[in-house]
Design a protein around this ligand. Structure first.
Ligand code: PMP
Length: 427
């Protein structure tokens, strides 16, 4: 069984690969040039969107506007304080709509996905155990590992077998939570959120989805999928660094100690005793990152405006072109978690977001990344992508190369990358 596609995509790979694809949205810094070893200045080709996507021009404009009307948030009586407070709280509602949040879900602004999962781990009920897969980014492993109540399931060669293994683990002993990524930051493979949610709920567990690599690329609806908690980062959804989101069921969050002790989280304070707010404020002590929240909300609006159908076509076209090009080069081994199941005709594999992880025979990953940067002005990622257990299990404990792209990428960028890799591999 392949991952459930929530967005229709172009199925004619050959046609898609032949057509030129222009960037789908304007990103800040798209024309930035960088030096190469030959002394030339070339336009920077950013293939590291999965780490941090460039900000959309639309987002930059929203932040600039908010900066121009900037004053204290939450407690100021002045007009601009009220404007800033309204903007911050509106951002929460925009995020809720963007991910199909339920009316009573709490939307907490955090620093990033890592922070959001640490908050979720902090709010995990005492004695509640967590089931995770070994394919997770460290952000969705270590906070759980630290609770001492994590049970890890090694992903199997196919999605179906992996879901069966999760089912068996959840059936073997009660767990409070299944915490799982929606898309691998190493391979881009998408996991079937709805099936995972049904599976967790069948065994009385809640589910937390690490949406860091998904929410800019595929529609998510907490309300219709039943997902209990979703986390993601602004800097992977075309907003700048510094803000992220945890959205989900209010009860565990309201029952937990405030994440940080301090102003804004308190309802009543005396020298020896404090009553804390419930809701998002409980876990947002201190002055919040208003501009970060505004940026995420603007990104959500921009992505919604483009629509996931169009985004799906764009990224699928580029990915087809990239995959076909990589397959034609000598010595390139793609990284995959899941094999095509034997019983599915034409080798259907998991749906992927715009990420390709691979190894180049005879070359260290760092050497490949440095070559692409130094000689061609192309930025890719190399290393173990904060997913050390997965890289080791896949036999790439020394690291691999990852290219990733998005709305600001065109087919000329992909062609440039492929031409550079062809030079390196002597194709
Ligand atoms: N989860 C996944 C799947 C990721 O790709 C990343 C970032 N690479 C994170 C979590 C952590 O995100 P952040 O660094 O913004 O906390």
């Amino acid at each position: 069984m392949t991952a459930v596609l929530e967005t229709p995509v172009c199925t004619d790979d050959a046609l898609a690969a032949a057509l030129a694809v222009t960037p789908l949205a304007e990103v800040v810094g798209a024309e930035e040039t960088v030096p190469t070893v030959s002394g030339a200045q070339v336009r920077y080709a950013n293939f590291d969107y999965a780490a941090s996507a460039p900000a959309l021009a639309f987002v930059a404009a929203a932040v600039t506007k908010a900066l121009g009307q900037y004053a204290s948030v939450h407690r100021g009586a002045g007009h601009l304080s009220q404007v800033t407070t309204a903007r911050y709280e509106r951002a929460r509602e925009t995020v809720r709509r963007f991910v199909g949040g339920r009316a009573d879900d709490t939307v907490v602004f955090t620093r990033n996905t890592t922070d959001a999962i640490n908050l979720a781990a902090h709010a995990l009920p005492a004695d509640g155990e967590v089931v995770v897969l070994d394919i997770e980014h460290h952000a969705n492993l270590l906070p759980w590992q630290r609770t001492g109540r994590a049970r890890t399931v090694v992903a199997r060669p196919t999605l179906d077998a992996t879901l069966d293994a999760l089912e068996a683990e959840l059936a073997s002993a009660p767990a409070a939570l299944l915490a799982v990524t929606a898309a691998s930051n190493v391979t881009g493979e998408v996991l079937p959120i709805r099936r995972l949610t049904a599976l967790a709920h069948r065994h009385g567990a809640r589910i937390l989805i690490d949406g860091a690599q998904l929410v800019a690329h595929r529609p998510v609806s907490l309300a219709s999928s039943g997902v209990d908690y979703l986390v993601f980062s602004g800097h992977k959804v075309y907003a700048p660094f510094g803000a992220g989101v945890l959205i989900g069921r209010p009860d565990w969050l309201d029952a937990a100690e405030p994440y940080l002790a301090g102003g804004g989280a308190t309802a009543h304070v005396e020298l020896t005793e404090t009553t804390w707010h419930t809701g998002a404020a409980r876990h947002e002590a201190g002055s919040p990152n208003v501009l970060g929240a505004v940026a995420i909300a603007a990104a959500a609006e921009a992505i919604t405006g483009l629509g996931f159908e169009l985004i799906g076509y764009h990224e699928h076209d580029l990915l087809s072109r990239l995959d076909a090009g990589l397959a034609a080069l000598p010595g390139i081994t793609p990284l995959r978690i899941f094999e095509a199941p034997d019983d599915v005709p034409n080798g259907a594999v998991a749906d992927r977001v715009g990420i390709a992880g691979f190894a180049v025979a005879g070359r260290a990953a760092r050497e490949v990344a440095e070559y692409l940067s130094d000689h061609h002005g192309i930025g890719v990622r190399d290393g173990k992508f904060c997913a050390h257990p997965l890289l080791s299990r896949l036999g790439h404990g020394d690291g691999a190369v990852r290219v990733s792209f998005g709305l600001g990428t065109g087919s000329d960028d992909v062609d440039r990358l492929l031409a550079a890799l062809a030079q390196l591999t002597g194709a």
